[in-house]
Design a protein around this ligand. Structure first.
Ligand SMILES: C[S@@+](CC[C@H](N)C(=O)[O-])C[C@H]1O[C@@H](n2cnc3c(N)ncnc32)[C@H](O)[C@@H]1O
Length: 296
């Protein structure tokens, strides 16, 4: 597929603006989700900040320990609000900050297990190679074609999936199950059954709505919400960003709740969720951080 065509497809959202459905957006830190009752959420789909990644908020966290402590508080809250047997899907990746590599995938896996989750699966999200040019880092080998000069360009992220105990399949009515039937033809055609998903990332473009937000693609949320929730259920994204999870949840007939700390994202969220009936709460712990120019 030509680059131009991929780019055009990327600019067209998978879904038109959500025309029905409802969503709740709470501006405040997901470290405390007191608006949500215990076991009231059926699925979590999220992508946390990647420590001080240059595309997120450089120097936002004072240390890696402070970052992990924040993530631990959020993981505890996710465990509390998630219903028994349900899953949390966390899109994340290791980061390289000022020459130091931080093992975020390994640390979040350990941390989610420590708060009570079992580790269910890990999917590699593979991005198209066409958009990566050999970097100065990996290109060092061209200058020095000898052993130990090898460094690698990243074309993947991880989707780590955690379960809160065993799911009781009988807890869902036959009608709801049937209304949530998965399109098996698509499942096979797009190879959803593999633990490597080839999905184009949200490409940098001056006119894109998510400018300054490390948004994940709608196709990724689409697969996770289809596979792990039923129609009418509630999907939570504790790190809402531009609102991708809520948009896809509404398009799939699910209700959505999102937490976002940065009030500067309000206009982007409103635009992305245009057509949705939105309940917006701005708590006193919300902050206003200028948006960086970045993207996955
Ligand atoms: C990687 S982005 C999420 C992007 C989102 N998946 C999308 O598609 O637009 C992470 C988001 O988490 C937000 N965030 C950081 N710390 C937070 C916290 N403690 N509580 C809630 N949101 C937070 C950031 O402001 C950022 O928008």
């Amino acid at each position: 597929m030509g680059e131009m065509r991929v780019e055009r497809m990327q600019l067209l959202s998978l879904f038109p603006p959500a025309e029905r459905g409802e969503g709740k957006v709470i501006f405040g830190s997901a470290e405390v989700m007191h608006e949500l009752d215990d076991e009231s959420i059926h699925l979590v789909v999220t992508s946390p900040p990647y420590f001080n990644a240059p595309f997120d908020y450089p120097d936002f966290f004072p240390s890696y320990d402070a970052y992990l402590q924040m993530m631990e508080r959020v993981a505890k809250e996710i465990f509390r609000v998630l219903a028994r047997g349900r899953v949390a899907c966390v899109v994340c990746d290791d980061v390289l900050v000022k020459g130091v590599r931080y093992p975020i995938v390994a640390d979040l896996t350990r941390l989610f297990m420590e708060v009570g989750f079992s580790y269910r699966d890990r999917i590699t999200w593979l991005k198209p190679e066409g958009y990566i040019r050999i970097s100065r880092r990996s290109g060092v080998l061209l200058q020095h074609p000898y052993p130990l000069y090898a460094y690698f360009d990243n074309v993947q992220e991880s989707i780590i999936i955690f379960a809160k105990g065993k799911f009781d399949y009988k807890s869902v009515s036959p009608e709801t199950r049937e209304a949530s039937r998965i399109d098996v033809e698509r499942f096979l055609r797009e190879k959803w059954y593999l633990n490597v998903w080839q999905i184009t990332n949200v490409l940098p473009h001056p006119r894109r709505l998510e400018k300054g937000v490390a948004a994940f693609p709608e196709a990724l949320a689409f697969r996770l919400i289809t596979l792990f929730s039923h129609k009418g259920e509630v999907v939570l994204d504790p790190f809402l960003g531009s609102g991708t999870t809520l948009k896809v949840a509404a398009a799939l007939g699910r209700r959505g709740v999102g937490y976002e700390i940065n009030t500067n994202l309000l206009p982007i969220i409103k635009e992305k969720l245009r057509g949705l009936s939105l309940d917006i709460i701005i708590r006193s712990d919300a902050i206003s951080i200028p948006l960086p120019s970045g993207g996955r």
